[in-house]
Design a protein around this ligand. Structure first.
Ligand code: NAD
Length: 355
């Protein structure tokens, strides 16, 4: 038995003070899911539902605990009146069906708005539309269903302004003209980020394991990098926009850049070691949950029924100043940028819990 399995569920949620875990089970549909509510101090918990073929229930539990906490930090830093939550459905996404998704939505509905869900890994737009039929507490709907649509546009814009802010911090000027930028993953967010960077005259390289997605950006005057040669060159900025965990002890042996700032969630492979190595290598890391908040800003506006794209983009633009605040805090307190972002997020939650 692994050490993790010996720890009680309550011990697992004690350190980060999670409010509630909900275990959902419908044997007839093969539905097993966990909803994690980390905090509702700032407002209802908001965060997407992901479906994943976890190797164990424990792995799913760990994931929902970490992801829901990160959502609290993301919403807090973004200045939203929203808490942090996340849901994970355990199983092969191929077993999804309309009754399966609608049954899951009923479990969300039972929480009466304490948790609001949206789209995450392996959940499609049609899943979100089906869920909305069984629960009011669903956001991230397509525009034709009254929502704000694809959240990758604000997410990409937030990453772009965050990169500019980090550049200003280092060089005193936020221009990205001629800056060498590697975008790792050119899916929904990465592709839109490439457009912003090209428009500003950056020297953009891209890497992706999906040839079709590479083709979508190849007309944009970008350099295509082979995935096996990804860290061979020196860049001003590396922007991870694929999967989590790419900034780790191994990759940092090869990475040569001044700034790491991208959309992917949970970029740091190991929270304790990696910030130290980043410091030694003099790489400025902009925390993912600070810079990729455009998506949550968009679904939050749906949650408060303020369907206004301009407002979403304006609020997303404030990521520029929030990055500078975190960097100032990090210097003032000699914290890593990651630790500073967490501290500022926790401070706002703590301040509000007294009210
Ligand atoms: P996506 O699935 O559309 O794109 C991901 C891209 O990464 C794909 O093109 C995929 O082929 C590529 N990829 C996967 N593994 C790779 C690897 N090893 N090397 C290179 N490329 C690889 O996802 P997305 O919506 O663009 O989101 C990108 C990241 O940003 C994800 O980590 C997501 O969780 C995070 N994020 C997205 C949003 C949003 O609004 N879409 C919001 C916050 C965070």
């Amino acid at each position: 038995m692994s050490k993790d399995q010996n720890i009680s569920v309550f011990d697992k949620i004690k350190n980060d003070k999670h409010e509630q875990l909900v275990f959902c089970n419908d044997e007839s549909l093969g539905l097993k899911a966990i909803i994690g509510i980390h905090s509702t101090v700032l407002g209802p918990a908001i965060g997407g539902t992901r479906m994943w073929n976890y190797s164990s229930d424990n792995e799913a539990l760990r994931d929902v605990i970490n992801l829901s906490k990160a959502m609290s930090y993301k919403s807090s830093l973004a200045g939203l009146n929203a808490g942090g939550g996340k849901a994970v459905i355990i199983g092969d996404p191929k077993i999804k069906s309309e009754p399966f998704i609608k049954r899951f939505a009923e479990f969300i509905n039972d929480l009466n708005g304490k948790y609001w869900t949206a789209q995450d890994v392996n959940m499609s737009t049609s899943d979100i539309v089906w869920m909305k039929e069984r629960s009011d507490y669903v956001v991230g709907l397509p525009k034709e269903h009254g929502g704000l649509g694809d959240s990758s546009s604000p997410t990409a814009y937030g990453v772009y302004v965050g990169i500019k802010s980090a550049t200003k911090h280092i060089t005193g000027n936020d221009s990205l003209k001629n800056k060498k930028v590697l975008v790792q993953g050119v899916g929904n967010v990465g592709r839109k980020l490439v457009s912003h960077l090209i428009n500003e005259g950056a020297d953009v390289s891209v890497v992706d394991i999906n040839k079709e997605n590479i083709e979508n950006v190849s007309g944009d005057n970008v350099t295509i990098v082979n995935e096996h040669e990804i860290y061979d060159k020196t860049y001003d900025i590396i922007s991870p926009c694929a999967l989590g965990g790419t900034i780790n002890v191994d990759s940092l042996k090869k990475i040569k850049c001044d700034i790491i700032a991208g959309a992917a969630n949970n970029q740091l492979g190991d929270d304790s070691l990696v910030p130290e190595i980043l410091k030694e290598k003099n790489i400025l890391y902009i925390p993912d949950f600070l810079i990729n908040a455009g998506g949550i800003i968009s679904v939050y506006h749906e949650q408060i029924n303020d369907i206004d794209e301009k407002k979403v983009m304006k609020m997303t633009e404030s990521i520029y100043d929030k990055v500078l605040d975190v960097l100032d805090h990090s210097i003032k307190h000699s914290f890593s940028t990651n630790a500073s972002a967490i501290q500022l997020a926790k401070d706002r939650i703590k301040e509000n819990s007294k009210k």
